[in-house]
Design a protein around this ligand. Structure first.
Ligand code: HAM
Length: 426
C-alpha cells in the first residue's frame, strides 16, 4: 500500500469544527477594524527576499534562521514566504504611492511563515491579523490602536490579558544604549554562548532575548534603555500613558520589552496571557518611524500591530466564548418514483425562504436517510415519498425535542420550521 502523505510539520489543517470558530473570530476582527476606519490591503504571500532582510534586520531570529527562502529556478530570483505583514504593507504602499493624499490606516490578514520549532501556540505556518497606521507621528494613533484591541477583546469575551508597554526612544538613544550593552556584556565574555558572542557586536539588544539560563541574572542587571531615552520620546511615552489611563486601560511598563524585529522605535507593546503556556503573546507591535525611508520612501512615521490567530482561537476556547455552529434547519429525505426531481425543487424552495437545508445524496431507504438526518444535527426532516408527491404535500418530522410528524403543504412547513428556529453563528 502507498504510504500516506502528511501535512508539513508545524503547518496545520483547520477542520470544520474549528473553521467555524475562525470565521466567528474573523468576522469580529473585520468589523472592529472597519469601525476604526482601517481599510483592507491584500498582498502576495511571496516577496523578494531583500524586502525582509532590509526591513526586519539582518541580525534577527527571523532573518537569520526562520525564513522560508528559495530560488525561483525559472529566473534565479531569491524569494521568501512572508514571515510577517508590515514589510509587505510598506512595500505595497510605496509601490502604489498610497500616501500621496495623506496618512492611511490599513489592515491585512493571512498566513505567515517562520521556520520555528513547533510547539503549542507556535507554528511554521500561522495566521495573523495586523494593522498599520502610516503618516501619523503622535501617540494618539497608538492609543487608539490599543483602545481598538481592548474593544476586540471585549467583543471576543477574552479575559486575563495584560498590556505591556515600553519605549525604545529614538535612533540616537538606541545607538548610545547599544554601546553601553556591548561594554556591559563584554564584561561577562566567559558566560556568553557562541550565539551571544556573535550578537555582541552585531546586535547586542538581541542578547536580552536570550533564553540561556546561565545568562538570566546578567540580563536582569543589564542597562535599561528606557532610562536613557531622549526627552522627546519620553514626552511621547508619557502622553501615551495618560491617554491609556484616560481610556481606563490598565497596563504595565516592561522596560525589558524590546521585540524581536529591528524596525521599532519609541513605543512598543504586547498583550500577554498566562492562559496559553509559554507562547502567551497574542498581539504585539509598535512604532517604526524609520522603516518607510529605509525601504526607499520619503520619511513617514508608522505604527501598528499583529495578532496571532491560532493563539486568539485558543484564548476564545479557554474563555468559553465560542458560539456553537448553527445546525441545518432541515434535512430532505426522498424515496420512490419521481421523488428526486421534487426533492430538488422543494429543497430550493426551502432555501429561497432563507433556511439552511441539506438534501440527501447517495440513495438508500428512508431508514438510512433518517439516520443521516440525525447525524447532520438538522432540526427537522422533510420527507418526500410517492404519496406526498401525489398530494402536493410533504411530511415534516421534528428530529429534536417534541412534536409529531405531519403531512402538510410547503408554505406551512416553512412557517413551522421558522417558528421552531434556533439561533447560532452561521
Ligand atoms: P510578531 O511579534 O513577530 O510581530 O508577531 C505578532 C504576533 O503573531 C505574535 O504576538 C503572535 O501572536 C503571532 N505569532 C508570531 N509568530 C508565531 C508563530 N510562529 N506561531 C503562531 N503565532 C505566531 C510582527 O509580526 C509585526 N509585523 C507586528 C507589527 C505590525 N508591528 C508593527 N506592525
Amino acid at each position: 500500500m502507498n504510504t500516506k502523505i502528511q501535512a508539513i510539520r508545524g503547518m496545520n489543517d483547520i477542520l470544520p469544527q474549528d473553521s467555524i470558530v475562525w470565521a466567528q473570530l474573523e468576522a469580529n476582527i473585520r468589523n472592529v477594524f472597519g469601525q476604526y476606519g482601517y481599510q483592507e490591503i491584500r498582498f502576495p504571500i511571496v516577496e523578494a527576499t531583500g524586502l525582509f532582510i532590509r526591513s526586519l534586520g539582518e541580525v534577527t531570529d527571523i532573518v537569520e534562521k526562520e525564513m522560508y527562502t528559495f530560488i525561483d529556478n525559472l529566473n534565479g530570483e531569491s524569494l521568501t514566504l512572508r514571515p510577517e505583514g508590515t514589510a509587505s504593507t510598506l512595500r505595497a504602499v510605496l509601490e502604489h504611492n498610497l500616501l500621496y493624499d495623506g496618512p492611511k490606516r490599513l489592515w491585512y490578514s493571512g498566513p505567515m511563515f517562520r521556520h520555528e520549532k513547533p510547539q503549542r501556540g507556535r507554528y511554521r505556518q500561522f495566521h495573523q491579523f495586523g494593522l498599520e497606521a502610516l503618516g501619523f507621528p503622535g501617540p494618539d494613533v497608538e492609543a487608539e490602536q490599543i483602545i481598538l484591541t481592548v474593544r476586540l477583546w471585549r467583543e471576543l469575551g477574552l479575559t486575563d490579558l495584560q498590556l505591556q508597554i515600553n519605549s525604545l526612544g529614538d535612533a540616537d538613544a538606541r545607538t548610545k544604549h547599544r554601546a553601553k550593552l556591548v561594554e556591559y556584556f563584554s564584561r561577562y565574555d566567559e558566560q556568553l554562548g557562541e550565539e551571544e558572542k556573535r550578537r555582541l557586536h552585531t546586535n547586542p539588544l538581541r542578547i536580552l532575548d536570550s533564553k540561556n539560563p546561565a545568562l538570566q541574572d546578567i540580563i536582569a542587571a543589564a542597562p535599561i534603555l528606557l532610562r536613557d531615552i531622549d526627552a522627546e520620546s519620553r514626552h511621547h511615552f508619557d502622553q501615551l500613558q495618560s491617554l491609556l489611563r484616560g481610556a481606563g486601560i490598565a497596563f504595565i511598563i516592561n522596560p525589558r520589552l524590546v521585540r524581536g524585529l529591528d524596525y521599532y522605535n519609541r513605543t512598543v507593546f504586547e498583550w500577554v496571557t498566562t492562559k496559553l503556556g509559554s507562547q502567551g503573546t497574542i498581539c504585539a507591535g509598535g512604532r517604526y518611524d524609520g522603516l518607510i525611508e529605509q525601504l526607499g520612501g520619503k520619511p513617514q512615521p508608522g505604527c501598528g500591530f499583529a495578532m496571532g490567530v491560532e493563539r486568539l482561537i485558543e484564548m476564545m476556547k479557554e474563555c468559553g466564548s465560542v458560539t456553537a455552529a448553527k445546525p441545518p434547519d432541515a434535512y430532505v429525505a426522498y424515496q420512490g418514483e419521481g421523488t428526486m426531481q421534487a426533492a430538488f425543487t422543494t429543497t430550493e424552495a426551502l432555501r429561497d425562504s432563507g433556511l439552511k437545508v441539506v438534501l440527501h445524496a447517495g440513495g438508500g431507504g428512508f431508514k438510512s436517510q433518517l439516520k443521516r438526518a440525525d447525524v447532520s444535527a438538522a432540526r427537522y426532516a422533510v420527507i418526500l415519498g410517492e404519496d406526498e408527491i401525489r398530494n402536493g404535500k410533504l411530511s415534516l418530522k421534528p428530529l429534536r425535542g417534541q412534536g409529531e410528524q405531519a403531512t402538510i403543504e410547503l408554505a406551512q412547513a416553512i412557517e413551522s420550521i421558522k417558528q421552531g428556529q434556533t439561533h447560532g453563528s452561521l
